[in-house]
Design a protein around this ligand. Structure first.
Ligand SMILES: [Cu+2]
Length: 174
């Protein structure tokens, strides 16, 4: 009878030790992961169109972290509706599709550029004109948010200095 009790006690102690060990080991790692992902944004600009037409927002995103982070949303006080879109060729026609996220690989870049990913800015709440800056808040999958000033440029503007030729930055799915 004692034989039956003894192992039980041992087992319970072992369980407590395991749980404590697991908790101690898990929490610092979990916090580190949550704060690890860091995204920097550069070359942020908006292709202005007249008469309050929907405008495209473009930028370069760089992920300094060791884990993939996705851009999962955007908003701006200056526009009534802001969506993540991607343009792609379908049967010889350029179409825009809404996307729920855009992944930025670990230690990598993702470029939003004409003909690819863009932030669709609709229903301007005030007149927006070239030369202005529009703040857009970007929301990421790791819970972070970034408010980025986007420079408003004329449609003829040649775009971001780094251009849109770097197709390698485009993942093959939304
Ligand atoms: Cu669009």
């Amino acid at each position: 009878m004692n034989q039956a009790r003894f192992p039980q006690t041992l087992t319970r102690r072992a369980c407590v030790a395991l749980l404590l060990g697991a908790a101690l080991a898990a929490s610092p790692a979990a916090f580190a992961a949550a704060h690890d992902a860091q995204v920097r944004v550069s070359d942020a600009w908006i292709r202005w169109l007249p008469a309050g037409l929907p405008a495209g927002g473009y930028m370069r995103l760089h992920n300094d972290g060791a884990h993939m982070v996705a851009l999962i949303g955007a908003s701006s006080a200056d526009y009534g509706q802001v969506m993540l879109h991607r343009s792609e060729m379908q049967d010889g026609t350029m179409r825009m599709l809404p996307v729920s996220k855009a992944e930025i690989p670990a230690h990598g870049d993702l470029v939003f550029a004409p003909g690819g990913y863009h932030i669709m800015l609709m229903q301007p709440r005030k007149p927006v004109s070239p030369g202005q800056q529009v703040p857009i808040t970007l929301k990421f999958s790791d819970g972070t948010r970034l408010e980025v000033p986007f420079a408003v440029r004329k449609p003829g503007a040649s775009g971001a200095p780094h251009g849109d030729m770097k197709g390698m930055d485009m993942p093959s799915r939304p």
